[in-house]
Design a protein around this ligand. Structure first.
Ligand code: ADP
Length: 418
């Protein structure tokens, strides 16, 4: 986060520097384009200028000269014009009183016989002007252009360029930061996935090793309990062993399913019947806890997938729903068809719901809010894993009136599934 801020400041400084550089050079470019245009316009009329100057100055005909200079003012859009003699000295000027009689060094080159126009910036009457000296064989013309307008336009262009480059840079920066953040998130996810896959392999290995001895414990406990009289003092202990062993087997089964890479064989099955089969397993526990199961299942709805794993999904969602209603309530399970041949089922409860700050964690493996020995944190991650394998989805929502709703979507009958 700190690195982010430093990078941001550095980027902004560099951006401002470049924006300024671009705006200054663009201002220069605009300036030189304007001067080039003026010079080109002047050069186009050079022959005429030279001829007229020669006539005007030689004859000393001030009325003619004045008319000519006024014509130049209009023709070039200049703010003043002056007639120079062949030494570059101002002989006659129109519209400006502050022109010195000797224009100075600028005209030295002209006097040396160079025939191209000379330009330079100056200040007349406190205003910036651009002066163009157009040389001729026997005299010349000095044109002055008011630069203040041009400077304002240049400045406006520079400001616009500054703003545009700033905005473009800012946008690039924002995009870059978004990309960097996305990259960091993906990296984190990848690391998490790698960790999980290692954990999954480890869990699968352990689960596999535990499965057989667990089967023996369960078998022995059940066999021993069957031989004893129900009133025997050892019977409750054996039933306890059986119950705990069953719970462990469930956990081991979860771990094995979780670490399996793909869903088993896909088949078409009746969704309502598969759900019903699972409900029968938890109904008695639900009743003890005061939870009523409400069925809104659509008859004859076919789904495609690994029936056993989908039943596991129903089981995990319903167990969580029952656990969330320690004081009892209603567990509603409904199913239906969706567009595109897909099907869905939902498990809704009237329980505690999930606090806002942990809603994004409930599908993480080993995340649980239940007491040690009660929750493993594998139920929902397993649901998610199974749905990914089935190209299905699972989404949790939490109605404002309380409780939770888990919605699962699945591919429909095989002939319509892609
Ligand atoms: P476990 O049930 O072993 O804790 P899960 O992965 O099934 O593991 O669930 C993770 C957590 O999500 C639970 O501990 C619980 O906090 C929350 N949760 C899941 N389902 C519900 C529900 N229906 N109502 C309230 N909280 C739920």
């Amino acid at each position: 986060m700190r690195l982010d801020r430093k990078l941001l400041i550095l980027f902004v400084v560099v951006l401002l520097f470049f924006a300024r550089l671009i705006s200054v050079s663009s201002r220069r470019a605009v300036h030189s384009v304007l001067i080039t245009n003026l010079e080109a316009a002047a050069r186009a009329q050079e022959a005429d200028v030279v001829r007229s100057m020669a006539v005007g100055i030689r004859k000393g005909n001030e009325a003619l000269l004045s008319a000519y200079l006024r014509g130049c003012l209009g023709g070039f859009g200049a703010s003043y014009a002056a007639a120079l003699d062949e030494d570059g000295v101002v002989r006659f000027a129109e519209s400006v009183s502050t022109l010195s009689k000797s224009p100075g060094d600028r005209f030295e080159a002209w006097k040396k016989g160079l025939s191209h126009p000379l330009s330079g910036e100056s200040v007349r009457d406190g205003r910036p002007v651009l002066e163009l000296a157009l040389p001729g064989a026997r005299g010349g013309l000095l044109l002055g252009f008011d630069l203040s307008e041009i400077l304002i336009t240049e400045r406006q262009i520079a400001v616009k360029i500054f703003l545009f480059t700033g905005a473009a840079g800012g946008l690039t920066l924002a995009l870059l930061m978004l990309l960097m953040r996305d990259l960091a998130r993906r990296e984190e996810k990848l690391r998490q996935t790698e960790k999980l896959s290692a954990l999954g392999r480890l869990a699968a290995g352990i689960a596999h090793e535990i499965n057989n001895p667990l089967g023996s414990i369960l078998g022995f406990a059940q066999a021993a309990a069957a031989r004893l009289d129900p009133s025997d003092a050892l019977t409750p202990a054996l039933r306890g062993i059986e119950e705990e062993a069953l719970r462990c087997r469930n956990l081991v089964q979860n771990l094995l399913t979780f670490s399996r890479q793909s869903a088993g064989a896909f088949e078409e099955f009746d969704l309502a019947r598969a759900v019903e089969g699972t409900l029968s397993m938890i109904e008695s526990q639900a009743r003890v806890q005061g939870v009523a199961i409400v069925r809104e299942l659509k008859d004859g709805l076919l789904a495609a997938g690994d029936r056993g794993q989908i039943q596991q999904v129903v089981m995990n969602l319903c167990t969580n729903a029952v656990d969330a209603m320690p004081q009892g309530g209603r567990l509603t399970i409904r199913s239906g068809a969706l567009k595109g041949g897909r099907v869905f089922f939902e498990v809704a409860d009237e329980g505690t719901g999930v606090a806002g700050n942990i809603r994004n964690k409930i599908f993480d493996p080993f995340f649980t809010t239940k007491d040690v020995g009660k929750g493993t944190g594998l139920g929902l991650s397993l649901v998610h894993e199974i749905m990914v394998r089935h190209k299905g989805t699972v989404e949790a929502s939490f109605p404002s009136e309380g409780g939770s709703l888990f919605r699962v979507t699945l591919p429909g009958p095989l002939r319509r599934a892609k």
